[in-house]
Design a protein around this ligand. Structure first.
Ligand code: MN
Length: 247
């Protein structure tokens, strides 16, 4: 049986990424796939990209990797680009939109947000009829492969898995570095026979890993992260920064 760790949304939080990579190593998992958003938000996008490049067999584009040359003109993006350097930014721009593979006879597709966009939202509370669109082939996924039986995604920073009708499974790997469901790093593990079209045992686990939040906050403070208060709020409370002043 093969084990594949699926990590997502690291967002420059290196203490969280290191805790997850250590956990993956302790479980003797050799294959790691990354669903994007390695960068942005946290202070160490450059280190996060380098660690992912070293450790991940596959990495796909998140909305942060996708938006750099487009609409995001905010000063905070310039801050992250400066730390990343143009060579890394150019390499991130070349990442694919999705990754399809076979596992124990199931067609698995990994993408970041939705089948239409890296920044499309498929929310935990959406009705299954709405969520089902994530299984469709689009101009971005390509039409050459059949539609998947299993879809894994990121972007919403909340881990879950559910049966999606007609034998399909949908899961979200949660976020390594910026979770908004509980204040621990999140990732998923797939178990099965990789690249095999033959039906065999298949399973999916959601893993939570505690990490040193104090260190993550200190690194952000030492780096003079421009939106430190919002970042610290998210790491400590596992709530989105938009809720910061809500109560
Ligand atoms: Mn994200």
């Amino acid at each position: 049986m093969d084990q594949i760790a699926v990590i997502s949304d690291i967002h420059g939080n290196v203490p969280a990424l290191q805790a997850v990579l250590n956990d993956i190593a302790r479980r003797s998992i050799r294959t790691v796939f990354c669903l994007g958003d390695m960068i942005g938000k946290g202070p160490q996008s450059d280190v996060a990209v380098d660690l992912c490049r070293e450790r991940c067999a596959v990495a796909i584009k998140g909305n942060w990797e996708d938006d750099f040359w487009g609409a995001r003109a905010e000063p905070i993006v310039a801050w992250h680009i400066e730390r990343l350097g143009m060579a890394r930014v150019a390499a991130l721009n070349e990442l694919p939109f999705c990754h399809d593979f076979l596992l124990s006879g199931r067609r698995v597709r990994l993408l970041h947000g939705s089948a239409e966009s890296t920044s499309g939202y498929v929310k935990l509370e959406d009705a299954l009829s709405v969520k089902a669109a994530i299984f469709h082939n689009t101009s971005l996924t390509g039409y050459e492969n059949p539609e998947p039986d299993v879809v894994g995604y990121g972007h919403i920073h909340k881990a879950y898995s559910q049966h999606a009708g007609r034998g399909r499974i949908l899961f979200n790997a949660g976020s390594v570095g910026n979770p908004t469901d509980e204040a621990t790093a999140s990732y998923a593990v797939l178990h099965g026979v990789l690249d095999s079209a033959e039906t065999a045992s298949f399973s999916l686990e959601l893993v939570r890993v505690p990490y040193d939040i104090e260190l993550a906050v200190k690194l952000a403070r030492d780096a003079d992260l421009p939106d430190l208060a919002a970042y610290e709020f998210e790491l400590r409370t596992a709530r989105y920064r938009g809720e910061m002043y809500a109560d």
